[in-house]
Design a protein around this ligand. Structure first.
Ligand code: NAD
Length: 500
């Protein structure tokens, strides 16, 4: 018996009991989760401060408020999302029920990452609950204070059999992954994503992988540079660059590069003062490993701005690198810190070539006022998402799916897309056993003949779908016209007979 047998057994029995299929039960759990966020907002902010020295404002905007809004969005829309879908029908199924039921997968596993340790874990958990699943909740052990918060507090609000919290590092997670799950939702590095995918393969478990990558920024001279620099630097420096959708590197002309650096220097002074290290508004690097890794990456090219660091606080100053070669270490991996290399390109076509020579990014940032240039990038590159003239903000649009493509991930979530991710789309065709339907369909039975084949070909032929909504009216109208024509005809025949 492994450490996780008992937890999984209880979750399996809970799912088999059917209680998570009850919409009222799901609602109650989600309301409890919302209450948890409201009652423990300060505890969450404190845990984030302890793990990342995250400023309160950032924690409010990108964790606690985001979590509350996510659950509210689900609660507002749950009734409409759970309804079976009724797609438009083809001619052959006019009289049938054609429906898609949203069925929970069963016992799911959600594995979180350390950089946004609460929302990256609890947003998919809320989607899984909404869709009627049981969820094993696995926080990242690296953000230890947030993991402790999740383990201590969440079980006080959620059903413990259906939604157990499991604290595990890499080796215990490897053991956990030996269990059979019905869906796995993972957020983290591409390296570990491959391990998760390989483990899921054993039971052909469907998987969402929310991974990382190097998200490029293109800027041309049509932009308002001050605004563009502010938006890019904010996206780069929130959580000290430890954001999966942080701008990773900039592509622009030589002329723009010089202007960007001048503007960036001014903006950083405005935001953090003369001594950036003493500002309370910049997070710190999560641990020594990542701190040392970033110092290594800062050796690429030449430091044009910043470059200071302090091991005692794991502080790294916002740093801009220039004269970087595409083969330098800083371009070999996702930076995940406050270091921004700039590459000079001749034009948009050059930039697209540069981007396409690399793995698909999680997001592509395009700063230009020219619609034509925006379209060039949208149509000429592949990325999980795109954001024009801003950074990060696309993440908070809950009607947009969020996810990667290729090496930046598979699958997506947020809002309705999260609900759909955790729902199996069960298709169902419903017929009746009436004699007329059976008569029409009986051409499919042997003995086969040319006449039956012709009838079947006619019935099955693809036709433009009729809008569902109007079908009963069309049929009633057709029936009415048919009956009146028939009655009229019979009257005429009768009159004719009488007058003859
Ligand atoms: P990570 O891969 O080190 O850890 C993520 C999770 O995987 C943790 O819960 C950890 O316990 C588990 N884990 C680690 N090693 C494991 C192993 N060998 N076997 C099984 N499980 C293991 O990732 P990270 O360092 O926490 O996160 C950083 C990466 O995640 C970056 O690449 C970033 O871009 C990416 N990320 C992506 C998103 C997104 O939404 N797409 C969000 C945040 C972070």
């Amino acid at each position: 018996m492994t450490t996780f047998d008992d937890t999984l057994q209880r979750a399996r029995s809970a799912f088999a009991s059917g209680k998570t299929r009850d919409i009222n039960f799901r609602r109650k759990q989600l309301e409890n989760l919302l209450r948890c966020y409201e009652e423990h907002e300060n505890d969450m902010i404190n845990a984030l401060e302890a793990d990342l020295r995250r400023p309160k404002q950032e924690s409010l905007v990108v964790e606690t408020e985001l979590l509350k809004n996510d659950v509210k969005h689900i609660l507002y829309h749950l009734n409409e999302w759970v309804k079976p879908e009724k797609p438009s029908k083809s001619f052959v199924n006019l009289m049938d029920d054609v429906q898609i039921f949203k069925e929970p997968y069963g016992v799911t596993l959600v594995i979180g990452a350390w950089n946004y340790p609460l929302q990256l874990l609890l947003v998919p958990v809320a989607s899984a609950i909404a869709a009627g699943n049981c969820v094993v909740i696995k926080p990242s052990e690296i953000a230890a204070n947030c993991a402790k918060f999740v383990a201590d507090v969440i079980p006080k609000y959620l059903d413990n059999d259906c939604y157990p919290v499991v604290c595990a590092g890499p080796s215990e997670t490897a053991e956990l992954l030996q269990q059979r799950f019905d869906y796995i939702f993972y957020t983290g590095s591409t390296r570990v994503g491959k391990i998760i995918h390989a483990a899921a393969n054993k039971y052909l478990t469907p998987t969402t992988l929310e991974l990382g990558g190097k998200s490029p920024v293109y800027i041309d001279k049509s932009v308002n540079l001050r605004t563009a620099v502010k938006r890019i630097l904010w996206g780069k420096l929130i959580n000290c660059g430890q954001t999966c959708i942080a701008p990773d590197y900039v592509l622009c002309s030589k002329e723009m590069q010089e202007k960007f650096i001048v503007e960036a220097k001014d903006v950083l002074k405005e935001w953090y003062g003369d001594n950036i290290q003493s500002s309370p508004d910049l997070s710190r690097i999560i641990n020594q490993n990542n701190y040392q890794r970033l110092l290594g990456l800062m050796k690429s090219g030449r430091v044009a701005l910043g470059g200071k660091y302090d091991a005692s606080e794991r502080f790294i100053e916002p740093t801009i690198l220039v004269d970087v070669k595409p083969t330098d270490p800083v371009m070999e991996e996702e930076i995940f810190g406050p270091v921004l290399p700039i590459f000079t390109v001749e034009n948009a076509y050059d930039a697209i070539k540069f981007i396409n020579a690399r793995e698909n990014p999680l997001v592509l940032y395009i700063f230009t006022s020219e619609t034509e240039v925006q379209n060039l990038f949208i149509n000429g590159t592949q990325s999980g998402g795109a954001c024009i003239n801003d950074t990060i903000m696309h993440y908070a649009v809950d009607v947009l799916p969020f996810g990667g493509v290729g090496m930046s991930g598979m699958g997506s979530y947020h809002g309705k897309y999260g609900f759909d991710t955790f729902s199996h789309q069960k298709s169902c065709l419903g017929k009746d056993l009436a004699a007329i339907g059976e008569k029409l369909a009986s051409a499919r039975y042997p003995p086969y003949s040319d006449q039956k084949s012709s009838l079947l070909t006619f019935l099955l032929r693809k036709r433009r779908p009729l809008p569902n909504l109007h079908l009963p009216y069309v049929l009633a109208f057709g029936l009415g016209v048919g009956v009146s024509v028939l009655v009229n005809y019979l009257i005429q025949v009768r009159k004719g007979k009488l007058s003859r």
